[in-house]
Design a protein around this ligand. Structure first.
Ligand SMILES: Cc1cc2nc3c(=O)[nH]c(=O)nc-3n(C[C@H](O)[C@H](O)[C@H](O)COP(=O)(O)OP(=O)(O)OC[C@H]3O[C@@H](n4cnc5c(N)ncnc54)[C@H](O)[C@@H]3O)c2cc1C
Ligand SMILES: NC(=O)c1ccc[n+]([C@@H]2O[C@H](COP(=O)([O-])OP(=O)(O)OC[C@H]3O[C@@H](n4cnc5c(N)ncnc54)[C@H](O)[C@@H]3O)[C@@H](O)[C@H]2O)c1
Length: 458
């Protein structure tokens, strides 16, 4: 007799969703969590980072509209207090209560795969009759830099949970974590230097988006060093100094290493099933791990899309696949995460925001599609009403054969909410000819859709 039908290892947003889905399907489900139920996202990633960014954006937005009385600067104590509220002061009892209310048995401890359908948690072996689901997330990827191990550097955990504004901060890495945290702390009063190896930050996005974010960071007083690599780390007069490939160096009271993340498959027993610790678990679109019919995985640990919403989508597919026993379902059905391949939305919550879905121009060309790229400044009545001097850009990529969209990027203040329309257009495979009839309300920033279609030639 097994202890459970389903054991989920990792109680982040993805594990919570997979477990809630199997429990709702009538399966006895355990949720094994080593630290806090709610995972990285709730305590050291999405929630606290956005709570740190939002007040600075509100202040900047108010400054762009004459007649709104605004103060000179943010009140850091109030901002940090509000951020602490969003993490429940790093107390997960609320989320444990939610999990128990959803019918889950929360098991505290580190889970490890020790045999077929067997998970050891702190010396106790639990068995699952149906499936084990790995949702252990990811951990920071730390580069091998001489001297780095000898200093007390920050990762995203310290950058999102610090209780004081650092006097100065060096940020290594111009990905999403790097730009968001550079701007958040700069707007809270820190002297921030961002070190980026390419010509601009956000290399995974369209170039114009990285350029606009670069301008935004510089306007906030962030020193951005582009085109340089870090070569070593040392301590100078109590500060941490980063030596750079052009022979110069930068220093700050703290160093944030934001150079990417890697799947949390260490000390998990994956080697016993033919996988390598530190590598992603390879899964099919139902989340089933390659070659192991009772083992599933979802979220960051699969390396598919390191985003909370996409991980939760995969978790809903996994949960449905386990409950229904679907093994080879059709694409675009509930047990399949089909959208992972073509329609992943993401928002970079800087000011200006970057909101994108689907493929970049480079990705679409690499896929061999016959595409047409439509570029526009966001300059409609809605944007000029929204803010004086509004600056933004939009790109729409059309698959010329099917006359459907395969990628859209918006960059500009408050463009985040525009992206879901683009996601629906891509997932729904709506042709540009039909999209023409989706009339944007006047005067909203969404009117840029009309201008994009006109520029396409409709
Ligand atoms: C600074 C930052 C900001 C971000 N902002 C956003 C954002 O705004 N929007 C967005 O979509 N994404 C954002 N992300 C990405 C997002 O945080 C991740 O995609 C998301 O947390 C992945 O969820 P997950 O459940 O797969 O993993 P996690 O949230 O990492 O949760 C995994 C859980 O598994 C537990 N665990 C690990 N190993 C074991 C084990 N052996 N036994 C038991 N438990 C274990 C961990 O303790 C953890 O609680 C951000 C990331 C960072 C770093
Ligand atoms: N708003 C959001 O949705 C949000 C926010 C934060 C993080 N995330 C997700 O979390 C994941 C991790 O974010 P991240 O910013 O850590 O990773 P990332 O992969 O987005 O960026 C890491 C950056 O570091 C650079 N880099 C790598 N090694 C380097 C080195 N030795 N020196 C200098 N630069 C180096 C890379 O070129 C890259 O630009 C991302 O996939 C992202 O999607 C999402």
């Amino acid at each position: 007799m097994s202890d459970f039908d389903v054991i989920v290892i990792g109680g982040g947003p993805v594990g919570e969703n997979a477990a809630a889905r199997t429990a709702a399907g009538g399966l006895k489900t355990a949720l094994v969590e080593a630290e806090r139920v709610g995972g990285e996202c709730s305590y050291w990633a999405c929630m606290p980072s956005k709570a740190l960014l939002r007040p600075g954006h509100a202040l900047a937005a108010a400054r762009r509209v004459p007649g709104v009385p605004v103060g000179e600067r943010l009140d850091p104590a109030a901002v940090l207090k509000r951020r602490n509220g969003f993490t429940s002061d790093w107390d997960d009892s609320g989320q444990v209560g939610w999990a128990e209310g959803a019918g889950l048995e929360v098991v505290r401890g580190r889970g490890r795969l020790v045999g077929e359908r067997q998970v050891e948690v702190d010396g106790r072996v639990l068995t699952a009759s149906r499936a084990v689901v790995v949702c252990t997330g990811s951990v920071p990827r730390i580069p091998k830099l001489p001297g780095l191990a000898d200093v007390s550097y920050w990762t995203s955990r310290e950058a999102t949970s610090a209780q004081e504004v650092p006097t100065s901060l060096v940020v290594l890495g111009g990905g999403v974590v790097g730009v968001e945290m550079a701007q958040a702390w700069a707007r809270l009063g820190s002297a921030v230097t961002l070190v980026v190896s390419g010509a601009r930050p956000l290399p995974k996005f369209e170039d114009f988006a990285g350029d606009l974010v670069l301008d935004g960071l510089r306007e906030d007083g962030v020193t951005v060093r582009t085109g340089v690599k870090a070569t070593g780390v040392s301590t100078v007069d109590g500060d941490i100094a980063l030596a750079l490939s052009d022979g110069t160096s930068v220093a700050g009271a703290h160093l944030l290493v934001a150079t990417g993340r890697q799947p949390a498959t260490f000390d998990l027993g994956v080697e016993g099933f033919g996988f390598t610790a530190g590598d992603a678990l390879p899964v099919d679109d139902t989340g089933r791990v390659d070659g192991v019919d009772w083992l599933y995985a979802a979220g960051d640990v699969t390396g598919r899309a390191l985003l909370t919403h996409q991980g939760k989508y995969a978790a809903r597919a996994v949960g449905t696949a386990i409950v229904t026993g679907a093994t080879d379902p059709e694409p675009w059905t509930a047990p399949v995460a089909t959208a992972d391949h073509t329609a992943v939305p993401q928002v970079v919550f800087t000011d200006p925001e970057v909101a994108s879905v689907g493929w970049t121009e480079a990705q679409a060309r690499e896929a061999g599609l016959d595409i047409r790229v439509v570029d526009l400044d966001i300059a409609v009545a809605g944007s000029s009403l929204h803010a004086d001097g509004y600056r933004g850009k939009a790109r729409m990529i059309v698959d010329e054969r099917r006359r459907t969209l395969v990628g859209v990027t918006f960059a500009g203040p408050d463009t985040a909410e525009l992206v879901h329309a683009a996601t629906i257009a891509i997932v729904g495979e709506v042709t540009v000819d039909r999209l023409w009839h989706a009339v944007p309300a006047y005067p909203t920033i969404s009117e840029v859709w009309l201008r994009l279609l006109e520029a396409y030639g409709l």
